[in-house]
Design a protein around this ligand. Structure first.
Ligand code: ATP
Ligand code: ATP
Ligand code: MG
Ligand code: MG
Length: 519
């Protein structure tokens, strides 16, 4: 692909590889779960169907990504542990985290109806995610012990809270009663006031759920003399265990021993320095423009399976645009976005404090929200086409220190749009004229813009600029009406409209006409 003078902006992308032999864990959790569970009337303190939906998502994540060997979750969170030697997306943290959270979200939205046939998904759920880097198996063991302890404590607390509420107390009174109580006292409260023996509550609530890989023996057929012929099949199973960080649980699972190693001792008190490291998150540099670029995973295949028109499927682009509009409506700090093909770049204002500028939080929430929207909106744009499998997007965050460089970044993407569109238009003209894909590729190899222009003319496209502007220039999404409110009366609520336009954002004039966007 030809280089452009804007190419230098790539140098602002930072490396975030998680080095060997660190173990990679991705933890995901629901954003604003409290609200989500209320709006969707989840049973308190534990909605079994909601937990089972989470568990199915985790199982399908293991099915999709063979490098994940173990997963543990409860309530609205799940942790995924990769095998020690994984090369998944070359161990780049933002890619690894964003793809897992995106796929998880995609499954969650897709499978919602199976678990809640009578409940409509009222708004797109989004999950945050972050990498947890464990320097050794011992650290991983403590991480798991910590999460399971958290599961137990919050479940016990919430069980008390909701029993009190059911018995007629207000939520505020119940919180007051529980303030400062110890584990033992809460057990007694449950037993004496409500006749509940905590230990007899469902295991899934108290201990969380693990998803593991197993090998099962299948009988494939019988030989002539009647002896069964067996074959080992890899499968996944969900189990509950009192102590997932204990030797007895861990060391009895072959897949864990093989891919991660065995535990040599049991965990006592959890090392607080380790907990600090599990909580640590790096932040993006202050006072810089943050760009979150997301890109569809294997959309080459996705577009084929879903029969996208080539080179440009208008509805697929409109679907992407509708998701970008939703992002601007949801996240006030996103001031501009630009999209082409299966990618979208979202610009967050320089002084944004969104998620305290924590990189993995911002990337995961935006990728997850976008994915949710994509799956939810699919039917509106493709009423005749079924979504055949769950799409996923990856994401990354890059900081640009000046408005000039940010604009060069956007120019880089728009030049790329032009180059790709010109190439793809020629490519598909050649294919539609009867050439094979590899022949078309060979024909185009090394051709310059002028030659492509001539090729297009030969196919009857004299004026490249007559092609639809969305294909040539991509889509810009931003708020309209900024200027309108500048002199608005005090207290007046600004009323912005998010709009999609297809314009030249390389030229100065666009930014002069919209001075409010980059302020
Ligand atoms: P990776 O995940 O390895 O970073 P990527 O394709 O997601 O790969 P980049 O390599 O940073 O990310 O490139 C992002 C986009 O820029 C891609 O859509 C690609 O087509 C385009 N691109 C990359 N290199 C060039 C180039 N030299 N000229 C034009 N466009 C390019
Ligand atoms: P990766 O996972 O590395 O991003 P990819 O297959 O998604 O791989 P991209 O470089 O991102 O590769 O390119 C996206 C591909 O998706 C395009 O090559 C194109 O084939 C297809 N695609 C995306 N959007 C459309 C659309 N609206 N119409 C037709 N094809 C599309
Ligand atoms: Mg892609
Ligand atoms: Mg792409």
């Amino acid at each position: 692909m030809a280089n452009s003078k804007y190419e230098y902006v790539k140098s602002f992308e930072v490396e975030d590889e998680i080095m060997v032999p660190n173990l990679i864990v991705v933890r995901i959790g629901d954003r604003h779960f409290q609200r989500f569970s209320e709006v969707h009337e989840f049973e308190k303190p534990n909605d079994e169907k909601a937990l089972k939906l989470m568990s199915l998502c985790a199982t399908l994540v293991l099915q999709e990504y063979p490098d994940i060997v173990f997963s543990f979750g409860f309530s609205d969170e799940y942790s995924f542990v990769f095998k020690q030697t994984t090369k998944f997306y070359q161990r780049r943290a933002s890619k690894v985290v964003s793809i897992i959270v995106s796929f998880f979200t995609s499954v969650y939205v897709t499978k919602w109806k199976e678990f809640f046939p009578e409940k409509e998904l009222k708004y797109p759920p989004s999950f945050y995610a972050r990498p947890i880097v464990c320097a050794s198996l011992e650290v991983l063991q403590e991480y798991l012990a910590w999460r399971q302890q958290h599961c137990h404590i919050t479940n016990q607390y919430n069980t008390c809270l909701w029993e009190l509420v059911k018995s007629g107390k207000t939520e505020k009174e119940a919180l007051e009663i529980l303030k400062g109580t110890q584990k033992q006292e809460r057990n007694e409260l449950l037993f004496q006031h409500f006749g509940i023996n905590y230990r007899t509550l469902p295991q899934m609530f108290r201990q969380g759920s693990c998803v593991l890989r197993t090998e099962v023996e299948d009988i494939v057929k019988y030989s002539e003399n009647g002896t069964p012929i067996k074959r080992m099949r890899r499968d996944k199973t969900t189990v509950h265990s009192k102590n997932i960080a204990g030797r007895s649980f861990w060391n009895e699972h072959q897949s864990l021993l093989k891919e991660l190693g065995g535990f040599t001792k049991d965990v006592g008190k959890i090392n607080s320095d380790y907990i600090r490291s599990f909580l640590f998150e790096s932040k993006l540099m202050a006072s810089t423009w943050i760009v979150i670029r997301i890109d569809g995973c294997h959309f080459h295949r996705f577009s084929e399976v879903h029969d996208f028109e080539k080179p440009n499927d208008e509805q697929a682009l409109n679907l992407m645009n509708s998701c970008a509009v939703a992002v601007l409506q949801e996240f006030a700090d996103v001031v501009f976005s630009y999209g082409v093909s299966d990618e979208y770049s979202f610009v967050l204002k320089k002084d944004s404090q969104f998620c305290q500028r924590k990189a993995s939080n911002i990337v995961s929430i935006m990728v997850s929200f976008f994915t949710s929207m994509y799956v939810m909106n699919w039917k509106a744009f493709f009423p005749q086409k079924e979504l055949k499998y769950c799409p996923a997007f990856d994401g990354r965050a890059v900081c640009y220190p000046s408005t000039e460089i940010l604009r060069d970044y956007l120019a880089w993407r728009q030049v790329d749009c032009h180059i790709n569109n010109q190439y793809n238009t020629c490519f598909w003209m050649l294919v539609k004229s009867g050439k094979s894909k590899s022949e078309a590729q060979r024909t185009l190899k090394g051709t310059q813009a002028q030659e492509k222009k001539e090729m297009l003319a030969w196919f009857g496209i004299d004026d490249y600029n007559a092609l639809p502007v969305m294909f040539r220039q991509g889509s810009s999404v931003f708020r309209d009406g900024m200027a309108l409110n500048e002199n608005g009366a005090a207290g007046e609520k600004p009323c912005y409209k998010v709009i999609v336009e297809h314009c030249n954002i390389i030229e100065q004039s666009f930014w002069e006409e919209h001075p409010g966007i980059l302020g």
